[in-house]
Design a protein around this ligand. Structure first.
Ligand SMILES: [Zn+2]
Length: 160
């Protein structure tokens, strides 16, 4: 028997201005998308913006539903939109911002488990890492160089 340990690595930025211009721009687009989220039940709005290798930017925001499980997270709205509009392209970067009308979100808000799984599918297929930036409404930003940093020991098509 062996007891092993997994480690993960991320970069923590104090402010958006510390990011390179391209990442700043993408995060600002995610913030704008967040402001258009349809979140009347949770009042928790999330915006996502994806940069593709064809220079297109695809956005998503959370879309809630009176039948709660029928809603969809911003990250999956964005990756599925990118996958449907530009099926042959590679996702380079994903930026995410979350806010709540109940309280100021100052901590980086990471994608939920289902979104990590969905993003993983794209990263595995394209065989190149997706940079992910995420933040709250304000405060620090976390960047991971690959979805693998958020979802180690992941399940993918190689098991099927
Ligand atoms: Zn999610």
């Amino acid at each position: 028997m062996q007891k092993l340990q997994l480690t993960t690595e991320y970069t923590l930025y104090d402010t958006i201005s510390e990011l390179d211009n391209q990442a700043q721009e993408l995060l600002k687009i995610a913030i704008n998308a967040r402001e258009q989220a349809y979140a009347p039940y949770s009042n928790f709005s999330v915006g996502a913006a994806i940069l593709l290798d064809n220079d297109e930017i695809v956005i998503g925001n959370n879309q809630e539903n009176a039948a709660y499980p029928s809603g969809m997270c911003a990250e999956r709205v964005a990756v599925y939109s990118a996958g449907s509009k530009f099926p042959k392209t590679t996702i380079l970067k994903l930026a995410i911002s979350a806010s709540s009308s109940h309280k100021e979100i100052t901590q980086p808000v990471a994608p939920c488990g289902s979104c990590r799984q969905a993003i993983s599918e794209y990263e595995v297929n394209q065989k190149t890492p997706i940079e992910i930036y995420f933040m709250g409404a304000s405060g620090k930003i976390i960047k991971v160089d690959s979805l693998k940093s958020l979802l180690p020991l992941s399940f993918d098509k190689s098991f099927l």
